[in-house]
Design a protein around this ligand. Structure first.
Ligand SMILES: [Mn+2]
Length: 312
């Protein structure tokens, strides 16, 4: 017995050692293979996954990747200021970001919310959070953080006490940071808002109803006069405040139905452009309009219904 017991460890010693040795070899070679495989495949993976959408390298930071979504139509003067400004502002914060200009190319009235839904669908798989960003609102105070907000806590950068023009407490427009997951959870924004205004108020309600807490900058020493530059000459850039059909009534009702899931659009082109050698992506988005659901996507002033609705 004793000899057998004594012998066993000796008998096992060699096979065990060689087994361990084999295992170590397997582990090390698997590790090396993985290293080689990843060094070969990751650049091309990045090239297909992100470069299709963005055209630049895919280095990511632990803080997450930010897609700046900029609804746009016919604002070239503002854009050539916006892109260089945002580069210097966001680089200062060390953020991993890309700028997407969502260019509405159809003939319907401007639809900021649908552009954001469409842009979001195009980029969501590559980004951890988005900034819904007006092209004419430039952040000046470097203490305005564009870091990834916590889940359930969208960060409204253009707070009512800081925005040059809008000061009501439920204002959520201008610039808003929200995680990809949170934006998805509330089905994005309503698609019913054609023309200027109210889509951001509706989105505020969506966030509140989802029990999100909208957070805003604190300890910012600037105010509504010097936190942002608002490049908006309202005589030159007239807001489309027309109301036709039953738009007034319909868009004052909460819409919890339309959003990311049913935004109707065609992505007509993806342009990789540069301003001052700084890259951004311009997406040509052609929105489609359901004229039964939202006939006010076109306000034809001569139509019978408009004359009728104008009288009453
Ligand atoms: Mn404006």
């Amino acid at each position: 017995m004793a000899s057998t017991l004594k012998g066993k460890p000796k008998m096992l010693e060699v096979p065990l050692r060689s087994l361990l040795c084999m295992m170590a070899t397997v582990v090390v070679s698997a590790f090396l293979l993985t290293l080689i495989a990843s060094s070969i495949s990751s650049p091309s993976d990045c090239a297909c996954s992100r470069a299709n959408a963005v055209g630049v390298d895919a280095a990511s930071t632990p803080d997450g990747r930010l897609a700046v979504l900029v609804p746009f139509r016919d604002r070239f003067d503002e854009l050539i200021e916006f892109v260089p400004h945002m580069y210097s502002f966001l680089r200062h914060q060390g953020l991993d970001f890309e700028i997407f200009v969502l260019n509405q190319v159809d003939q319907f009235r401007f639809n900021r919310a649908s552009l954001i839904n469409a842009g979001f669908k195009t980029v969501r798989q590559y980004y951890d959070y988005i900034a819904i960003h007006d092209v004419d609102l430039l952040p000046l105070n470097l203490n305005l953080s564009y870091a990834k907000p916590q889940s359930g806590r969208p960060f409204h950068v253009a707070a009512p006490n800081l925005h040059p023009r809008y000061h009501y407490s439920t204002f959520a427009g201008g610039i808003l940071l929200i995680t990809t997951q949170d934006f998805e959870m509330v089905n994005g924004m309503s698609n019913k808002f054609w023309g200027w205004g109210l889509e951001d108020d509706d989105f505020y309600d969506r966030m509140i109803e989802a029990h999100f807490k909208v957070t805003r900058p604190t300890n910012v020493a600037t105010d509504s006069s010097n936190t942002f530059r608002h490049i908006h000459d309202s005589a030159w850039r007239k807001r489309d405040t027309n109301k036709c059909f039953d738009q007034n009534r319909e868009t004052r009702r909460k819409d919890r139905t339309t959003g990311i899931i049913d935004v109707n659009y065609q992505l007509r082109a993806t342009h990789h452009l540069k301003i001052n050698n700084l890259p951004f992506t311009l997406l040509n988005i052609e929105l489609e309009c359901d004229k039964v659901l939202t006939p006010w996507c076109e306000c034809d002033q001569s139509s019978f219904f408009n004359i009728f609705s104008g009288v009453f």
